[in-house]
Design a protein around this ligand. Structure first.
Ligand SMILES: *Cc1c(COP(=O)(O)O)cnc(C)c1O
Length: 448
């Protein structure tokens, strides 16, 4: 490049961004060049264009000495593994279901039938596996459960009415409001019953008088209506002559939990399950891949073959289709379910770890760290599932609020603080391999 005499690219910045340098100023107090400051940030973990950006910002703000702090703040925005010591198994801010999955990379038969050599469907293999796992005729996968609701309504109820109980017109979180999604899908919302009480006769009336082509039941994931209440059981809704779609959200595959060694855990309580919802007569069941299912972010649609086919042919299906990374992870998790190896699924392994194992780990950590005390805790499933339900657990308690320090570690630890004065680390959501980093963090706290 014939650039030898010109300014270097990273100095060709907007002159307004850099304060003019007073030539008479003492060289010791003169701001360094952007280039020099950027080079001093080479250990920051930021790529070169971001080092230049940070250097420029630091000089412009007159705080050259803060450049390295700015760089590390910037670096800490990158997606990075953390240790979840919150006791919330499906923590939305921490990526919901814990999931270790690796791929060999390279090419795959994503849309190639290895039998015929012709183009195949990315939905075929995973659809068959999920259908078998839930007892459905067919299944397909989209990017998340919100997408599944949108697609199903757009494909099956477009321009016609969808009946929903007023007690289920909810906001799930992250701005997912059922009435809004319904509007986006083009379906007309037909509200049925009242907030606390909805009867079968209310739905019957909507079906006969309101040109309703679909009934949707939405699981009250993150709230409960208690007191003077009445709701229609799924099975009763299924006798009204229109397809019923159950958005169960949580992704429990089968209430009997055949993938676990023991009986279903008590904390599952009355959580709806895909297999039982289909058995009750639902035409389609929708759920998230990254809640109780324990897989990657995905929206799973299972049920009647003709309805799944109609959804798959809708143009939105193309916009919502998952990639091979997600499908690979989903396939691995579904195979574990079908082989009844629940311990291979990180969520189920953590959720069902015997209390004694957690106690032993906590005792070991407390014996090595004089500042840590063993306490009983209540872990929770989280992810908007099973509100109010606790899973008995064990944690370590440290006097003082240390959550900010723990977050600042190279391998950040996310903990809870109670009453601003005690830091609690719940071991149910911590992989046993991460007890070492926990121990080192406790040591650092002592010498801080
Ligand atoms: C969580 C949830 C959703 C949204 O699922 P995403 O996979 O996060 O899009 C929808 N419906 C119900 C009932 C839920 O619990």
């Amino acid at each position: 490049m014939a650039q030898a005499s010109g300014p270097r690219p990273d100095q060709q910045s907007d002159p307004k961004a850099i304060p003019s340098i007073d030539e008479r100023a003492d060289p010791a107090t003169r701001p360094p060049s952007v280039d020099k400051l950027a080079r001093s940030l080479s250990d920051s973990g930021l790529p070169q264009p971001l080092r230049v950006e940070v250097a420029r910002e630091a000089i412009a703000s007159g705080q050259v000495q803060a450049a390295s702090k700015r760089a590390s703040e910037r670096r800490r925005q990158f997606l990075t593994p953390v240790i979840n010591a919150t006791g919330v198994l499906l923590h939305t801010n921490l990526g919901r279901a814990p999931l270790a999955y690796s791929t060999p990379g390279g090419a795959s038969n994503l849309e190639l039938s290895l039998g015929s050599g012709k183009r195949g469907s990315r939905q075929k293999a995973i659809g068959d596996l999920l259908a078998t796992a839930t007892g459905a005729e067919a299944a397909m996968v989209v990017n998340n459960c919100a997408g599944a609701v949108l697609l199903v309504l757009a494909a099956l109820a477009n321009t016609k009415g969808t009946a929903v109980s007023r007690g289920e017109l909810v906001e799930i979180g992250g701005g997912f409001r059922v009435p809004d999604v319904m509007r986006q899908s083009g379906s007309r919302l037909v509200e049925v019953g009242t907030t606390n009480r909805t009867r079968l006769a209310d739905f019957d009336e909507a079906v006969t008088k309101d040109n309703v082509s679909l009934i949707m039941q939405i699981h009250q994931s993150n709230y409960r209506i208690v007191g003077f209440t009445e709701a229609v059981p799924l099975g009763d809704l299924c006798g009204l002559g229109v397809p019923v779609v159950a958005d169960i959200g949580s992704g429990l595959l089968d209430a009997a939990c055949p993938w676990l060694d023991g009986p279903p855990p008590a904390w599952l309580a009355n959580e709806p399950a895909a297999r039982q919802s289909l058995e009750a007569g639902a035409s389609l069941v929708l759920f998230s891949g990254d809640k109780l299912f324990g897989g990657p972010q995905a929206g799973i649609i299972v049920g009647k073959a003709d309805l799944v086919e109609t959804c798959a042919r809708h143009p939105l299906a193309r916009a919502l289709r998952p990639g091979s990374l997600v499908l690979g992870a989903l396939q691995a998790v579904t195979l574990s379910y079908l082989e009844r190896r629940g311990h291979e699924i990180d969520f189920w392994r953590m959720a069902t770890t015997p209390l004694q194992q957690l106690k032993d780990r906590a005792d070991q950590l407390a014996s090595q760290n004089s500042n840590a005390k063993v306490v009983s805790t209540d872990a929770i499933p989280g992810g908007g599932t099973l509100p109010g339900v606790g899973i008995p657990s064990v944690g370590l308690e440290i006097a003082g609020d240390h959550v900010e320090f723990l977050r600042s570690l190279d391998r950040p630890i996310i903990a809870r603080v109670t009453d601003h004065k005690t830091t609690v680390l719940d071991l149910r959501t911590v992989e046993p391999d991460d007890d070492g980093p926990l121990h080192r963090a406790f040591e650092q706290l002592l010498t801080r």
